[in-house]
Ligand binder design. Structure first.
Ligand code: WT7
Length: 648
């Protein structure tokens, strides 16, 4: 790994909110006296009832309890909209750039206020109130942001399901959180192709608990012909005509849930990660301001989808709480050409750009030409998120996209953390390509070995966090025990991230990837257990084991070992059938990249699959399989090696 160091440029430091000395001072204050630090920064949002309590948190076994600003009351939509009306009502809040480059629009804070009020009234008319769950299954259109904020305005809890998930995945999430209302669109539009969102909702509802979903609200995006169930389904524009745009905001307790977002883990079905109101908004807005060095008037663009946490915290909540102009993009990086990102940057004079290594790598493949034909002079800060950024991609981002003028922020965080935990700050942090560098205020990373012993100084180990920060998830929806089990039982009194990392002599963190059975495909998390259970549900499959392997574009690819039922032979046709099966069952992001038909899997005598061996073979690194003598049938390994699918 490269140990190149890039100094903070004078221009970055001069513009920046804080320099290194100030970072050191604020960081020290944030960890030596979190109460005082967060009492001050908690005031960055408006409270209808000011808090007097700041931090009541415990990571103690049997008593995992996380509460911030507990006795305060506030409303997220008021903080993201109403409080800006007086000072910046006519400023653009959202720039929407359509899939088609000829389609875009600007939405001011005043317009946003009206749109959100109207959507909130449509929901309220359908009985949605404080604490009710609303599932959103929407493309990247302004209505997605309106719907999130409309829920927040009412104190309702949104649960967004990424539009790439299948009807089955959608159904289990609607059931999981008990949504009575679903908001969707007729169809989505990405790269010129239509996504049948409403048809997927109809399929999903057939598999949802009977009579659970009372209302489906359909935003007209493409005008495509969709089935409408009388009494249940309504077009949004028709419902919106029946209401005013004036909707009172429900002031809620700081710990009232704001949203649920499902994410994959190493075991079982996806978990409903619960984020609450006050601490989440304080943390999302503060990280957005400092990490991206956001100044009034800047145009900021995060390319994520609102279906992921990055879209929640860094397209909608963080930027809008800061009164920012945030760009929302419906399309993909390669449509109509692979200059699209850079053209959008020039079209809207984007100053801050936040994307994922997988997008950078795929555009890198097209060479410098498509970048160089655009200006990109407006750019100042370039962000990365989702997976470790390899030094080649980092260099290309820095040298080609940013022309060595822009600082790079490699931001490490998770759905569970609500906001960025480890990251450079543009005016403060020397950069090392491939390192997420140092902790944000209030974040205390701890490195531990396999036994849970805390490691000092330069080291390699498992990354944990010692104390709570305001943006931390509070529980797993409906299953607090699973919350404790998943994050606090591996190492006592610590939050375990599931990531491995190394720490260098300068105290910089280098995230090395997941150490559990979660794989990171193009910056998206996939539980191997989920893909396995989908595969074994196929009538021809008797057993399956899924691991990750290095993939040039995706970071990690999905490698599936499949044992077929007695007497069946695997061929390419069956490979295709299984890929289609998983895509249909979970969604395209879960599609196996490689399938190996394996007459047997390496198991211990007690029947446990030895994944270590499967990972090595998938990585084409079978020279160092380690001890295989404890296997029940050591010979299966030779067959696996001989028929491996990833050669080189
Ligand atoms: C996992 C979280 C919240 C961001 C979007 C993904 C990996 C994320 C980085 C980074 C190295 C990273 C980790 C983490 N990850 N950002 N900058 N460097 N790894 O959210 O789906 O909850 O996945 O993504 O492995 O645990 P997520």
């Amino acid at each position: 790994m490269s140990e190149k160091v890039i100094d903070v440029q004078d221009a970055w430091r001069e513009r920046a909110l804080i320099d290194d000395a100030k970072y050191q001072e604020m960081y020290a204050a944030s960890v030596s006296d979190p109460e005082t630090f967060w009492a001050e920064h908690g005031k960055r949002i408006d409270w209808s009832t000011p808090f007097t309590k700041v931090k009541e948190t415990s990571f103690a076994p049997g008593n995992i309890s996380i509460k911030w600003f507990e006795d305060g009351k506030t409303n997220v939509a008021v903080n993201c909209i109403d409080r800006h009306l007086e000072t910046r009502g006519d400023q653009t809040a959202i720039i929407w750039e359509g899939d088609d480059p000829n389609e875009s629009k600007h939405i001011t804070y005043r317009q946003l206020h009206a749109e959100v009020g109207r959507m909130a009234n449509v929901l309220r008319n359908r009985g949605v109130g404080k604490g009710d769950r609303v599932t959103l299954y929407l493309p990247m259109i302004p209505e997605a942001a309106y719907a999130m904020l409309a829920c927040a305005r009412l104190g309702a809890i949104h649960a967004i399901v990424f539009g790439g998930f299948s009807p089955d995945s959608l159904a289990s999430r609607i059931n999981g959180c008990g949504s009575k209302v679903v908001i969707t669109a007729d169809e989505g539009l990405r790269g010129g192709r239509k996504v049948p969102l409403k048809a997927n909702v109809d399929e999903a509802i057939k598999r949802v608990e009977k009579d659970l979903v009372e209302h489906v609200i359909v935003v007209k995006r493409t005008g495509g012909d969709v089935a409408m169930e009388p009494g249940r389904d309504v077009y949004y524009h028709e419902a919106a005509e029946q209401v005013t745009d004036d909707c009172p905001a429900e002031q809620v307790e700081a710990e009232h849930p704001l949203f649920i977002l499902y994410t994959s883990g190493s075991t079982g079905q996806p978990k409903g990660v619960v984020h609450t109101t006050g601490g989440y908004l304080v943390y999302a807005s503060m990280t957005h301001q400092y990490v991206f060095d956001y100044h009034d008037g800047d145009v900021y663009w995060c390319t994520a989808d609102v279906g992921w946490v990055t879209g929640h915290s860094y397209i909608v909540y963080g930027p809008l709480a800061n009164g920012a102009t945030t760009l929302m993009f419906e399309g993909i990086p390669t449509y109509p050409s692979n200059s699209r990102f850079w053209e959008v940057i020039d079209k809207h004079n984007v100053n801050i750009f936040y994307t994922a290594p997988t997008a950078i790598r795929s555009l890198m493949g097209g060479g410098e030409g498509p970048v160089k034909k655009t200006s990109r002079q407006s750019l100042r800060v370039l962000g990365s998120v989702g997976e470790p950024i390899n030094p080649e991609a980092w260099d290309w981002y820095y040298n080609v996209v940013g022309e060595r003028r822009c600082s790079i922020v490699d931001t490490w965080w998770q759905t569970e953390t609500g906001g960025i935990l480890i990251t450079p700050l543009p005016g403060a942090t020397k950069l090392k390509p491939g390192s997420a560098t140092r902790p944000f205020f209030g974040v205390q990373p701890v490195m531990v070995d396999a036994e849970g012993k805390e490691l000092e100084g330069k080291c390699e180990g498992n990354l944990c966090i010692k104390d709570s920060w305001p943006g931390q998830m509070r529980t797993v929806y409906g299953d607090h025990e699973r919350f404790e089990q998943t994050y606090f039982s591996t190492y006592k009194n610590l939050y375990f991230t599931g990531d491995g990392a190394r720490r260098d002599d300068d105290g910089y963190y280098w995230i090395t990837g997941r150490v559990d059975d979660v794989i990171n495909v193009s910056g998206h998390r996939m539980g191997t257990a989920e893909v396995e259970s989908s595969l074994v549900a196929h009538p021809k499959v008797s057993e399956a084991a899924v691991v990750g392997y290095p993939h040039n574009l995706k970071g990690q690819g999905i490698y599936a070992y499949v044992t077929l039922n007695e007497g069946l032979e695997g061929d390419d046709a069956l490979r295709k059938e299984l890929v289609t099966w998983v895509r249909k069952d979970i969604g395209p992001i879960a599609s196996p990249d490689l399938i190996q038909f394996a007459p047997g899997l390496p198991k211990t005598r007690s029947g446990k699959i030895m994944r270590r061996i499967l990972r090595k073979i998938a990585e084409d690194d079978f020279g160092s399989l380690g001890d295989t003598s404890t296997l029940a049938e050591p010979a299966v390994v030779d067959d696996l090696i001989e028929n491996r699918q990833n050669r080189g």
